[in-house]
Write a protein that binds this ligand. Sequence first.
Ligand SMILES: NC(=O)c1ccc[n+]([C@@H]2O[C@H](COP(=O)([O-])OP(=O)(O)OC[C@H]3O[C@@H](n4cnc5c(N)ncnc54)[C@H](OP(=O)(O)O)[C@@H]3O)[C@@H](O)[C@H]2O)c1
Length: 501
Amino acid sequence: MSKQVNPCTFVLFGASGNLSRIKLIPGLFRLDAAGRFPAEMKILSIGRGEMSREAWQAEIKGMLDAKFKNGYDQEVYQRFIARNFYHANPPTDPDAFSKLKNALSDEKVFPQNLAYFLSVRPTDFATIVQQLHQVGLTDESKYWRRVLIEKPFGTNLQTAQALQAELTKYLKESQIYRIDHYLGKSAIQNIMLTRFTNAVFEPLWNHHHIDHVQITNNETLGVGDRTTFYNATGALRDMFQSHLLQTMALVAMEKPKDFTPESIRAEKINLLKSIRPVDVNHLHKNVFRAQYAGGRVDVGDGHSEKVLSYLEELKRDGVDSSKTETYAAVKLFVDNERWKGVPFYVRTAKRMHEGNTAIAIRFKKSPIELNGQQQQNWLIINIQPRECIKMEVQSKIPGLDIATRTLSIDAPQRQQGDESIDSYETLLLNLMEGDPSQYLHIDEVLAQWRLVDPIVEAWAKDDTPVHQYPAGSRDPLESKVIFEGQDQFWRYSIELGGDKF
Ligand SMILES: NC(=O)c1ccc[n+]([C@@H]2O[C@H](COP(=O)([O-])OP(=O)(O)OC[C@H]3O[C@@H](n4cnc5c(N)ncnc54)[C@H](OP(=O)(O)O)[C@@H]3O)[C@@H](O)[C@H]2O)c1
């Protein structure tokens, strides 16, 4: 179901930055190509430096050429480029925002509904909003004005609350769009649809039938040249705090009363609030952290390459020691009737042997024991690299004997001819449509920090040497300490049999 975008001006702060070049400008282009913009829609890019409109349009062309190497439709290009303007906002100019207001006031050029995308440093979010407010550019008495805040929304509960307090001096909650780009992924959106549009899943989706759930985001990449950012952040705050907890919310939430943004968010908030905070008095039974050591990683085509350890990368960049985790595994429980006693193992790591994002649900043992074994079904919702749903079932081996083997029912989500949409495209469109359902409500953000902060604080005080795992390896064996059951193991590849560890 597609909604109508009202004529609006998309105002992009930080337009020359990395995110803008790689995702936002190309994403806007693709939305235009898909016919999603009304004729009047305009894009005003904002940067600190002076630049003519023509020079900026040439920059945009460079971004599109780099992104769409096989070329693009010239008619769409002409339409798109004509929508684009540039405005310089030098930080040293006290009248910069009044000038911005003046530039936008030409109603014949710029529709007055304004969608701001703050693709800038997080320390600039509040200041920009305050300055927009001061010149009346957040006023909604005649037109809508929405502000998209990039991540991270705070670095802990306290800073998230402080940012929220600043923003709400000038904006209503309905004007604030807090992004988690995971929520724009089609495979993530499919979690909720799979659960609630198939009658077969709901009756099984509870502690009577589910043994445990694993939510995994593993990468083969290391930290690269982002050591300063990463060392101040760590796996828990980078990936777990929003992407993985949001994924868990979609897996575990109750059925919303309808599919309106309000109802969906209400159930996600309820779920996030019912996750039991990790007992930091028994930290080592509930969470595990580690850092990658040197090793070899697969670079495709049967080749591997030698890579530095995390600590060596830091040393190269002038940092002598660090306890920051590149591997984090956390055991969580949801305190409600549906999930009574069901562990959720949530893990994320860099420099693993394979890159994969998946939800793996292991069901309880079958009632019948065959050949001394009771089998357990797995349901795997794979997010990337392959988008698919797999169900592993037992089936008779044809022949004279009564014996079973595991078969995998494999449903690729993506079929030939399907559109490939980047998560930012979906979210950019939702912002302009005024659909916040794939954006975070402040209560979700705060609930997530409430779960993360105690672990971060306990780890900061914990002087146990941080475990080292070889780059390109699987989970450290020691991480299995968080498992509740002796027979539980980390599930890897989506291939049959589970490639257990
Ligand atoms: N890159 C990603 O993949 C990614 C992913 C998730 C979240 N984010 C978030 O998205 C936002 C933008 O990320 P990015 O990678 O595009 O950032 P970036 O390239 O470092 O910078 C974005 C813009 O910020 C301005 N800027 C940079 N340094 C500045 C400074 N010292 N003082 C004032 N302004 C400065 C520049 O705008 P001017 O044009 O004015 O010079 C630049 O275009 C950040 O909040 C980031 O956390 C990015």
